[in-house]
Design a protein around this ligand. Structure first.
Ligand SMILES: [Zn+2]
Length: 412
């Protein structure tokens, strides 16, 4: 079945074009396909018969007749359950694991806390256990596993399958051959492709495939966690990796090298340190006496304030939270200005905690970018909040896997 890469014959090319159309549409008839891609009905019928025999295309009953008393046309549709993908996202705190169908829609979702210390062996073992449980769950369905992807924090060389360095998991060490270790854990007999990449890159793909960046060629997706901020960039339609996979590590872009807040990377004033929950907690404590009635007061008293709490309270108009969000927005603006001057995107998507702050944060950014860097030049850049939740990493990973599967398999 797997005939690698580019179509080598007219038959393979026709098959690719017909399948792409059937995948993109709902139920479709031979005539509609023939008109759309300028192939004869006989050729389209032959290709559909072959795809139906392979199981990737299914009969979808009869459509409406176009002329009075005419024969009702046979309809065909893409079999989204021909195969499935497995994607696993290792976040600094949790493991999010899903299966998807071949449209990249989640069919099963599982989330678990990463137990105990975050040593590499335990995380690999947790991944292997989850993958095995998914395989067992799918065993009786007849669906083929098309691939497995792991979404990781930190620097990842996706081509080599290596975790270069993860500030969240410094105990992993450097240049961890992640795919090799996972493959060894899965044992002999594993034959589906395995992919790995950095969360921000996968999350940018998710915005293009399932989110707010649909159809965009130049956009930057910024995700901010309690501790950790990074970006995935699509420029000229291409997902940017960079020479050493550092591209998108905007969290460690220096905003205030002299007086800035200490970063987990060892430097001062990095973007992610200035927007981190740790710094906001310090600011909140310093300012707390001026806002005794703040919604944050109880959480501040027992030091349990999280970034989410501050953002939610700001959206409710809490004065202390608004003061904190205002401070963070100023640093965000400097970071975004630098990104805009280097990459010139048409859209910046904000994911993560700050989405919960609502319009008070986004409006400050949208207004602010008009005045920063080349103030006389009109900047036609939209700043939007992501509508995707914590599934954004696995959605992007699944989308890339599915795209790879259909670029590798010609079914002819
Ligand atoms: Zn840093």
């Amino acid at each position: 079945m797997k005939t690698s890469g580019k179509p080598k014959s007219l038959k393979q090319l026709n098959t690719r074009v017909v399948l792409d159309l059937v995948r993109a549409r709902g139920a479709i008839s031979i005539s509609e396909i023939s008109e759309s891609i300028h192939l004869s009905k006989t050729t389209v019928k032959k290709v559909l018969d072959m795809l139906a025999a392979a199981g990737i295309v299914l009969s979808a009953g009869k459509g409406e007749s176009t002329d009075e008393g005419g024969k009702k046309p046979e309809l065909y549709r893409f079999n989204v359950k021909y195969g499935y993908s497995i994607s696993l996202h290792v976040t600094p705190e949790d493991l999010i694991a899903v299966t998807t169908d071949l449209r990249g829609d989640i069919t099963y979702y599982h989330k678990a806390k990463l137990e105990g210390d975050s040593c590499l062996e335990r995380i690999i073992a947790a991944l292997v256990e989850t993958i095995r449980s998914f395989l067992a769950m799918k065993a009786a369905t007849g669906e083929k596993l098309i691939g497995l992807a792991v979404v990781l924090p930190g620097l990842v060389d996706s081509a080599k399958g290596v975790s270069i360095y993860s500030p969240h998991f410094p105990n992993w060490g450097r240049d961890v051959p992640f795919i090799e270790l996972l493959r060894a854990g899965l044992g002999a007999g594993w034959n589906a492709p395995i992919f790995v990449d950095n969360a921000n890159r996968y999350q940018a793909v998710a915005e293009r495939e399932k989110g707010i960046a649909a159809g965009r060629m130049n956009f930057v997706v910024i995700d901010a966690l309690n501790e950790g901020l990074g970006a995935g960039m699509v420029l000229g339609g291409e997902l940017i990796q960079g020479a050493q996979s550092i591209s998108g590590e905007i969290g460690h872009m220096t905003l205030d090298p002299y007086d800035g807040f200490p970063c987990i990377c060892g430097h001062k004033g990095c973007f992610e340190a200035m927007a981190s929950a740790r710094r906001i907690l310090v600011l909140a404590r310093e300012a707390a006496a001026r806002f005794p009635d703040s919604l944050l007061a109880p959480a501040l008293a027992d030091a349990s304030v999280r970034l989410d709490d501050v953002c939610i309270a700001a959206a409710q108009g809490d004065p202390l939270s608004l003061y904190l969000i205002d401070d963070v927005a100023r640093w965000f603006l400097i970071g975004i200005a630098n990104i805009i001057m280097v990459n010139d995107p048409e859209l910046i998507v904000i994911q993560g905690a700050y989405v919960k702050a609502g319009s008070c944060f986004r409006d400050k950014l949208s207004e602010g970018i008009r005045h920063i860097g080349l103030p006389d030049v009109e900047k036609k850049i939209h700043i939007e909040y992501s509508r995707l939740g914590e599934e954004r990493g696995v959605l992007g990973a699944a989308a890339l896997m599915i795209s790879d599967f259909f670029s590798q398999n010609l079914f002819a």
